[in-house]
Design a protein around this ligand. Sequence first.
Ligand code: MG
Length: 299
Amino acid sequence: MSAGWSLEGRGDEIVLPDGPLAAVFLDLDDSVFQTRRKCPPGPLETATLDSQGRPSSYFGFGQRCLLELFSWRTLIVPTTARDRAAFGRVKFDFRHGAILNHGGLILRPDGEIEPVWQERMRPLCAEAGPLLAAVLDSAERVMRHNNLNCRARIIGDAGLDFYVVVKSNESRVEDLRTILNEIKGSELGRQIRIDLNDNNLAFRPLFLDKAEAAAYFAENLLPPNCRDLPTIGLGDGFSDLEFMRRCDFLLTPRGSQISSLLSAPEAIGSCSSEAPGFGGSSAGSAAFGTASSEAEGET
Ligand SMILES: [Mg+2]
């Protein structure tokens, strides 16, 4: 030992497990694959199909390598706004369960819906139904009034309605921002979270939260011998920070909405406070205002 100190006698030795070494809560769209217009140069591999069975999103080389790395020694838990149908069209074999519909639905590792979580969501979704209908109506009114070529719909799954998503048919983010501003400035804007990330505008009831679903998953659905493993949160949009900041490590793609904070010192300066971790450790959180992040699926 060349230094003047030693770890000997300082406590238990770290013994690495033979199985998984971490649990990864993994956002999908724009984190590990994206639509063609947003793809990096180089080789691509089909990542998702649209509802007609046509390729709609692609893995880049680095993204595919990262997934392969995770597959080797981690438990991957997709944590996505996709519903079951859209998740089923992802061309990757996820085996450890999933968090779908922005946290509204949880799939257990055996692929079945987690009933306890679903029963927790059921009354909340029922109560939010009129709000979602009002937001959809308002968005469609703004689209008609401004002649915007957009489409809006309520995303529902397994008998529950979760959130409203609006997309521009011409990928015109300024059109989505027009809708966002109209609704944000109305009475509805105070009752709902508004997330804008590229060509996705989502209106979520306040209870719908990937972080709460991820916390539930970590406590109840990770294998018991894996609940002390470090957690990694990987996402691209501001709304992903809700679950990422509860993980032990945060990972975001270069060029993502989250990474833009790194060149915005005033935003970093506003980072503050504690967020409860899944197992113990926590990371800082940031205040970002109302508009953030994304709703996913094919764009
Ligand atoms: Mg994303």
